[in-house]
Design a protein around this ligand. Sequence first.
Ligand code: SF4
Length: 81
Amino acid sequence: MAQEQKDNSREFTNGEITIVWRPLRCQFSTHCVKGLRAVFDPHTEPWINMQNGATEEIIEQVRQCPSGALSCFYNDQKVKR
Ligand code: SF4
């Protein structure tokens, strides 16, 4: 599931966590694509496919985003990771 916000950020959720992607910050370094291609695939729409990865590995990949374009939170906590 993907949702677009007023600031151009997009949200993607698997029901447990939500990734927030801010395209204006993205360096398009493809770090996330190379690290976890099953989830981060620019050739699909939506380009973040939350159902294709485990929650913990998605969180770990989000943490490695060098620009801060990716962030995430647990849906039941609304705490950013
Ligand atoms: S790792 Fe972050 S900056 Fe790099 S392409 Fe992915 S979202 Fe963009």
